[in-house]
Design a protein around this ligand. Structure first.
Ligand code: SF4
Length: 679
């Protein structure tokens, strides 16, 4: 083949697509590197940006660039690496450059990593812009002969490479004024992505002052915060709002939004845009872990901010082992109380299971604490060993006896065409499933409890039931424990789902990376992954299954509420009557909420549910007697809900694990039917 040599420099931030889009945001990081490089070197080179593997392949068939850059995350490394290997095989002069957090911080581990993956010519750490431009300039000096540059051991900013098995590292340099990076929105770089079901991602700051052991952003070199001019942010957000199509969400990439006084300015910009464009309806941010009053001030300005804080664990020893600093309990409660009072906010917290030092009791305590703090959505995660983090170091593994296994990154498995041939590719990650404080059996029990919380507690599915418990001074977590402790109440469908969940949690795992790769990539196993029989996110998938078996889940919930109250001698005839009505009410509002959008359903009740709603469903049935005449109510999706649902379905149906993510990420109050008295 006659390859057209060119002065092409390509940058890619690939996502898996075979089972739906895995990385569901605009490629912000890669587009910043692209924009900065184009600004500095655009006269001499033709730059291109890619997110989808099919597009990169199309271009690669036509020509070979001088330099091919890849973002390096755990969800795209193998896919990118396959492109790198094949592109280099065809054109040995092609130079590959990598940047992203999926790279070790320890010197020896860096050497091992680069030896293991020889198609990586250069790896850039921290922010990519300075390193990438310095590298291209130095490569130009050597007429793009990487071996000559390496022979001379040229030092390149933020970049390292191997030469004769030794690591050559350049000086570490962070961008002090991030405004030198042209906005990839305002210069049109990201225009093509408005046609895709992707969430616009923007940043107002870079850096994080905290130092969590499990996080790649916890390194000392990333501690200082650098901020963009507010005018630029304003222009970017207006630019996005004018071009957005079929999308309700906006994501902020700041690591601690709301913690700084300048965030008030950003919040006002977003609010103005919301008033003008009716977008975004949901704003996804990582909330600041400090300055709770300021976070509240900022949150009160923006509509649709999912307000919360990542707690990971409430146990002091677990937090200490991860070098984690949490917001104080009182500040956290204040934040959540504020969020719950606002109609436009869904409060959340993130918890991790099996962190160093964790136990079943500590995990359950963290769940109880979150529920008793009235958090509306508890997001429970497995502990993933990220390359380059302190938690993944040999020391931490040994000190805590961490037991880990390997599995595919959910959704990130597929066949991809690269240079006219199809290849099976799978991303593999390492998760903790036990330690010297957490047996494997306890780990499974923690995960089953997570499934119950995710299904029954999160997302407002049974909020009215939990409000009743609250009015009786009973913790909703007691009801979750009741469900957990009474398997005799499970229907056959529920039993089947729990069995599959346990199997997905523990069976679909491998002892080593090599074993995982060998097994997953064999054709008969690949088929199972692609068909979704293996490698799915078992928590999301089985939540959806329990959600779809609405009658089974509802019956289990109501039997457990009754049992919980009986155990505490609080059950009475009045409560029984109210629960009977509530069961019908929840069914008509929440069963199959995405079906028959636009239709109106009606039903009569012996309670005035409009009045009960006014009181956030916190009622004592004794003081709320049955109506003499039943009242009829209509149940429907209003205009705002219909638009939201239509956008959410469009976006999530294009994504891996679409329905699970839709339930997990959306504000269910906009999905469940509204109601009012029939006229
Ligand atoms: S606060 Fe968040 S971003 Fe910062 S180090 Fe901890 S986990 Fe990472």
């Amino acid at each position: 083949m006659n390859l057209k040599k060119s002065h092409e420099i390509w940058i890619s931030d690939l996502t898996h697509t075979e089972q739906g889009i895995v990385s569901r945001t605009f490629p912000l990081g890669a587009s910043c590197v692209y924009s900065y490089a184009k600004k500095n070197l655009g006269k001499d080179f033709n730059f291109k940006l890619f997110k989808f593997p099919s597009k990169l392949n199309e271009e690669l068939i036509k020509k070979s660039p001088k330099v091919l850059g890849f973002s390096n995350y755990k969800w795209n490394f193998e896919l990118s690496y396959k492109f790198a290997v094949l592109a280099k095989q065809r054109d040995p002069e092609l130079i590959t450059v990598w940047g992203g957090p999926n790279f070790p911080i320890d010197l020896n581990e860096k050497i091992d990593f680069l030896k293991k993956w020889p198609a990586i010519d250069f790896s850039i750490e921290l922010e990519g812009e300075l390193g990438f431009v310095d590298l291209i300039e130095k490569l130009s000096k050597y007429n793009f002969k990487a071996s000559d540059l390496k022979k001379n051991r040229e030092k390149i900013i933020n970049t390292c490479y191997l030469h004769e098995n030794e690591l050559v590292s350049g000086p570490i340099n962070r961008i002090k004024d991030v405004n030198i990076v042209p906005s990839p929105y305002l210069n049109g770089t990201l225009d093509e992505f408005f046609d895709q079901p992707l969430i616009p991602l923007f940043e107002t700051t870079r850096g994080c002052p905290f130092a969590c052991a499990f996080c790649a952003d916890g390194q000392a070199s990333k501690n200082k915060i650098h901020r963009y001019h507010p005018e630029r942010t304003k222009e970017e957000l207006n630019y996005i709002a004018k071009r957005i199509k079929n999308m309700s969400e906006l994501m902020n990439a700041d690591l601690n939004f709301g913690m700084y006084k300048q965030d008030v300015v950003t919040a006002n910009i977003i609010r103005d845009i919301q008033e003008k464009y009716d977008y975004p309806q949901t704003v996804i941010v990582a909330t600041g872990k400090n300055m709770p009053q300021r976070v509240i001030d900022v949150a009160s300005i923006i509509k649709g901010w999912q307000l919360g804080a990542s707690i990971q664990s409430t146990d002091e020893s677990v937090l200490k082992a991860s070098n984690r600093q949490n917001i104080t309990s009182s500040a956290y409660k204040k934040l959540i109380d504020f969020g719950n009072k606002s109609n436009n906010t869904k409060t959340y917290t993130d918890l991790m299971v099996a962190l160093p030092g964790d136990t079943k009791e500590k995990h359950f305590n963290s769940l109880r604490w979150s529920i008793d703090s009235n958090v509306r959505s508890i997001r429970m995660h497995q502990s993933i060993m990220l390359v380059g983090t302190d938690m993944a170091s040999k020391n931490t593994r040994n000190n805590h006896g961490l037991k880990t296994k390997f599995r595919t990154v959910p959704g990130a498995v597929g066949y991809y065409e690269i240079l006219e041939k199809k290849y099976p590719i799978a991303e593999i990650e390492e998760i903790i499933i036990g330690s010297n404080t957490l047996s494997e059996k306890d780990y499974i029990e923690c995960r089953i409890m997570d499934l119950f919380i995710q299904t029954f507690y999160n997302n407002y599915l049974f909020e009215e039931v939990f409000a009743l418990l609250k009015s009786l001074n009973v913790s909703a977590f007691d009801c979750m424990l009741y469900i957990n402790d009474h398997p005799e109440l499970y229907s056959n469908n529920v039993k089947e789902i729990i069995k599959d969940f346990v199997s997905g949690t523990i069976d679909d795992l491998y002892d080593t990376l090599e074993e995982a790769q060998q097994s997953v990539l064999s054709p008969d196993i690949m088929v199972k992954y692609i068909e979704g029989k293996l490698g799915y996110n078992e928590l999301l998938e089985n939540t959806v299954r329990l959600f779809n078996k609405f009658e089974d889940s509802r019956d289990l919930m109501f039997k457990s509420v009754k049992g919980t109250l009986q155990e505490k001698n609080l059950f009475s005839k009045d409560i029984e009557k109210y629960l009977n009505e509530l069961e019908k009410f929840i069914s008509i509002r929440k069963n199959e909420p995405l079906r028959d959008i636009g239709s109106i359903k009606s039903m009569s009740f012996s309670y005035d549910f409009e009045a009960i709603r006014e009181n956030d469903y916190i009622i004592n049935p004794k003081s709320m007697p049955l109506l003499e005449e039943p009242l009829r109510f209509d149940f429907f999706h209003d205009q705002e809900q219909q638009k939201y649902i239509s956008n959410q379905v469009k976006m999530y149906s294009a994504q891996a694990e679409g329905m699970g993510r839709l339930l997990f990420q959306s504000d269910s109050r906009l999905i469940f039917r509204s109601f009012s008295k029939s006229s």
